[in-house]
Design a protein around this ligand. Structure first.
Ligand SMILES: *Cc1c(COP(=O)(O)O)cnc(C)c1O
Length: 475
């Protein structure tokens, strides 16, 4: 592809992107293809000779687009959002054109120093302690993995990196039963093992039960284990619940545990003074993660990992072969020592572009708007006989289920409604379990959504539920 062709197709693609955002409401939210459809439609081997870009792009539209689930769709209510702001897309275009790898300060000083500054901005934006520092990781899963490794090193006096874990005894970490599955996965990768992950029961509101946490730590110590860490969740994936962070912080301090807070989704709400009281206790954390790529529209992937003591992180993650030593090592930050991969994309640019384009005030307004729309729907459902509100409203998320005459058929009925809603494609929702109740999640968070989208989505869900036959209670 020569430069002129690149310009021509590049400009056309930018037009396509903007039109795509305008056309989103025309698409089904969730892709409506069957497994293997896309795979079978693609040739089994690469072409021997190059093809014209127009024909490649035509296949993108004809073959791939039907298999795209539209995360920016104004009626996307599933999981959590993965918003992109237009300036974050422009930033990513520049980054990919330059193919920057910011593994060391020297391999792009601007990448490292912009990242340092954007971390300062994020700390200021969410009112985190000013003496924290951190970096941008690819995902909350990665950040939490690093936190678990830090905790493991601290608990073993930095022996586990050196000696491995064998013979060091059973290390345990504590999370709520509603904590994200990535924490268990991370613990497995860190050699803690699934058995080392103690799932503390939650109360009726989905919050970690502190009495149970204390009891579990005590009994683990008595049986010879080494409790090393507690993870509090601020905004669980299931229900949006916030664990009692100040109490967890007390336990962590008294028991000498490493304290990590997973605020992957809800952390963005810390930009709003209205929500900050919910996050009291965060300031006691050793490590904290939130994903600007979820609710802050910084385009996947962008996960901000903040730590109280950067030396604990770098001592855990640093490894220095001769070929990576540079003359400036004593005077600069080398972010390769702050996370898992050596190579690092310049993710800070999309934070810079997005923050400067909108400013904090606009981000606050978006978050509050989403929460208000969810709240007004939630309030209107309080005396709706068809619906049981199973959880409180947490930020912009609540869980509900449709009532059935026979309670035994409730789970099967709500599963059937979920399938019908997502097959219909007008909107897209997901489910979770609250106790043994299968519930549907309603989560508002797409940046381009308008109040009318939320009302229309709810109306369609309720209509579909009315048309869905109630399965017989006998499975
Ligand atoms: C989304 C989410 C995660 C996982 O985030 P990734 O960045 O995809 O790894 C972890 N914890 C919570 C609470 C989440 O909402």
């Amino acid at each position: 592809m020569d430069r002129d062709e690149f310009k021509k197709h590049g400009h056309a693609l930018v037009d396509w992107m903007a039109d795509y955002w305008d056309r989103l409401r025309e698409f089904p939210v969730r892709a409506q293809v069957a497994p293997h459809d896309i795979y079978e439609a693609l040739p089994a081997a690469p072409p021997e000779d190059g093809e014209a870009f127009d024909s490649i792009f035509k296949d993108f539209e004809d073959v791939l687009m039907p298999g795209i689930t539209h995360w920016q769709h104004p009626r996307f209510l599933a999981y959590f959002p993965a918003n992109v702001s237009p300036p974050s897309v422009l930033a990513e275009m520049l980054v990919s054109a330059m193919g920057i790898n910011g593994m060391l300060w020297e391999t792009s000083p601007a990448a490292t120093e912009l990242e340092m500054r954007m971390i300062d901005w994020m700390i200021a934006a969410i009112h985190a302690p000013k003496d924290w520092t951190g970096c941008i990781q690819g995902s909350a899963s990665e950040a939490t993995f690093c936190a678990i490794l830090m905790a493991r090193e601290r608990a073993t006096d930095f022996a586990s990196n050196q000696l491995g874990l064998s013979g060091l005894g059973r290390l345990t970490l504590y999370v709520s039963a509603d904590a994200h599955s990535s924490i268990t996965k991370d613990a497995c990768m860190a050699g803690i093992g699934e058995e080392g992950v103690r799932q503390v029961p939650v109360d009726a509101e989905g919050r970690m039960h502190i009495g149970a946490l204390r009891a579990m730590i005590k009994s683990d110590r008595e049986s010879g284990a080494y409790p090393m860490m507690v993870v509090g969740t601020a905004g669980t994936t299931s229900t949006g619940a916030v664990d009692p962070l100040p109490e967890i912080a007390d336990v962590a301090r008294e028991e000498g545990l490493f304290f990590h807070v997973d605020a992957a989704w809800a952390g963005t709400a810390m930009v709003c003074p209205e929500f900050r009281p919910l996050f009291v206790g965060v300031e006691a954390a050793d490590s904290f993660v939130f994903n600007p790529h979820k609710w802050m529209a910084m385009q996947f992937d962008c996960s901000v990992h903040l730590v109280k003591d950067q030396h604990q992180l770098t001592r855990t993650m640093a490894i220095l072969p001769e070929y990576l030593k540079t003359i400036e090592d004593d005077r600069v930050v080398n972010y390769r020592d702050w996370g898992i991969p050596l190579g690092r994309r310049m993710r800070a640019l999309k934070i810079w572009f997005t923050m400067r384009t909108y400013g904090l005030a606009a981000i606050r307004a978006k978050i509050l708007q989403h929460c208000r729309w969810a709240e007004s729907l939630y309030d209107s459902l309080q005396d709706n006989r068809e619906v049981e509100l199973v959880t409180s409203l947490n930020f912009s998320l609540f869980c509900f289920r449709f009532r059935t005459e026979n309670a035994a058929s409730s789970n099967a009925f709500n599963q059937a409604v979920l399938d019908a809603v997502n097959q219909d494609g007008f909107t897209y929702i997901t489910k979770t379990l609250v106790g043994d109740k299968l519930v549907l999640r309603f989560q508002v968070g797409v940046w381009d959504a308008e109040a009318a989208d939320i009302t229309a989505a709810w109306k369609r869900i309720a209509d579909i539920a009315r048309q869905t036959p109630v399965p017989s209670a006998t499975e």
